[in-house]
Design a protein around this ligand. Structure first.
Ligand code: F0G
Length: 450
């Protein structure tokens, strides 16, 4: 087997800048130990997120020039709409400026006080939008999904028995929709099997509940299905994608992930009445239904991105390059969520620095250590992000890989930095929050070292 290479060559480059340890120490303190508050120019390798940070193709840039900027009925909209209809099978396609705008519209229509929304694991903006509507968000991952060392092939699956139990407990009338996040970002970028989506669909059917996908990383999920699910090996990814969406009544998508664009989102559904009500809300806050808060050129880039992301040489390279990072970290003794996820590797920060208790945010401490050591920016997914009300199951640090941006030597550098940090991890110190906003605190909270 030959090396799985990047299935593209580089046409435009953007310099990145090395800083000195002294500079980084000063920048980190100015930012209150919160890497969201750094300036990007002070970061060497930015693994904060895979969202909107990908590189577009020459065909996408050509689409940017072709964009039709008509207010209503632009050609670019119809290219975008038919691309999504063909890919997903949904009749109704609304563009939004990004995933959370789709979520906000959906939960303004479906949520509300007294309602309960189950999900395998809500992403932070989804959780915040459910709660903002007054509803309660419930996470129902399978037990294997909470254990970093368990190599279950579909750790993103929803616990179907727990879903039935929840429906019995609160009553189907209080559940406006069941949601499945593919891949399960907050649970380690782990995939959900077709079998699990079918099982959840069957439960929804028995209780008359709609099923929505949070489908930001649907193509990566479909690639895992092709690799790991019995009977799926010979199926084109686009067929698997079509079946995934076919099992749902609608979907929210942040196109900043598998749409391969820097900005954009989608809200999809079958139901005519819901579509009408969603269109009214879209017009109220995003824009007219044929542009939804975007420029025509953004719709062109999305139409093309949703085509390129299903190319199997791309998906093979994408998933392999994430696995490469994960396997090297495991080999040096750094515990990660196994197996590596699709868009990111999640380091078990509690295991990396056992001397730092959860209330002193071990994940945030590792994130600060990576920046100090090598100018790498990663993201805490643990008690800072989710611990306001209760302790999350895991204290993780996410190394998210932007799409088509970094080469293997960039990733080798990240591995070297990790090795150096590991050698002196005993020096890592806990943190306490000195200032925090009322919601989504990880974006703006400031910390001090304990
Ligand atoms: N759902 C999931 C599973 C996500 O990962 C995200 C974004 C969203 C919804 C919201 O989409 O950012 O376009 O509004 N995740 C990014 C991340 C921010 O870093 O994982 P958005």
């Amino acid at each position: 087997m030959k090396t799985i290479i990047e299935p593209f060559r580089i046409k435009a480059v953007e310099p990145i800048r090395m800083t000195t340890p002294e500079e980084r120490e000063a920048r980190l303190r100015e930012a209150g130990f919160n890497l969201f508050l750094l300036r990007a120019r002070d970061v060497l390798i930015d693994l904060l997120t895979d969202s909107g940070t990908g590189a577009m193709s020459s065909e996408q840039w050509a689409g940017i020039m072709r964009g039709d900027e008509s207010y209503a009925g632009a050609d670019s909209f119809f290219r975008f709409e038919s691309r999504l209809q063909e890919m997903t099978g949904f009749a109704h396609v609304l563009p939004t400026h990004q995933g959370r705008a789709s979520e906000r519209i959906l939960f303004e229509l479906l949520g509300g006080p007294d309602k309960v929304v189950p999900n395998n694991t809500h992403f932070d903006t989804t959780l915040a939008n459910v709660e903002h509507s007054g509803a309660r968000a419930v996470n129902l991952p399978i037990a294997e999904g909470r254990d970093p060392r368990n190599r279950h092939p579909f750790k993103g699956n929803m616990d179907v028995a727990a879903l039935e139990h929840l429906i019995d407990e609160v009553g189907a009338e209080r559940i406006p929709a069941v949601m499945i996040t593919v891949t399960n970002n907050s649970g380690g970028g782990q995939p959900v099997s077709l079998e699990n989506i079918r099982d959840v669909r069957a439960v929804c059917d028995r209780h008359g509940l709609p099923l929505f996908l949070d489908a930001c990383r649907f193509a990566e999920n479909a690639w895992f299905i092709k690799q790991r699910e019995p009977g799926q090996q010979d199926r084109p990814v686009k067929d698997i994608v079509r079946e995934m969406f076919g099992l749902a009544d609608g979907a929210t998508i942040s196109a900043k992930k598998d749409g391969l664009v820097n900005i954009g989102g989608v809200l999809l559904m079958r139901d005519e009445d819901l579509f009408r009500r969603a269109s009214s809300l879209l017009i109220l806050t995003e824009g007219y239904v044929t542009y939804g808060g975007l420029a025509g050129r953004d719709l062109e880039a999305m139409a093309q991105g949703f085509e390129e992301v299903l190319r199997e040489d791309y998906l093979q390279y994408r998933i392999r390059s994430t696995a490469y990072l994960g396997e090297k970290l495991l080999a040096m003794g750094v515990q990660i969520v196994e197996p590596p996820g699709g868009h990111a590797v999640y380091v078990d920060a509690a295991a990396f620095c056992p001397h730092i208790p959860p209330e002193q945010f071990p994940g945030q401490s590792v994130v600060c250590g990576l920046y100090r050591e090598g100018g790498i920016r990663a993201c805490e997914i643990g008690s800072v992000m989710f611990g306001r009300h209760s302790r999350p199951a895991m204290e993780l640090v996410r190394l998210a890989i932007p799409r088509r941006v970094y080469t293997q030597s960039h990733i080798d550098y990240v591995i070297e930095v990790f090795d150096a940090l590991r050698a002196r991890r005993g020096d890592l110190r806990g943190l306490r929050i000195v200032d925090e906003p009322p919601a989504l605190r990880h974006f703006t909270a400031r910390f001090a070292e304990v």
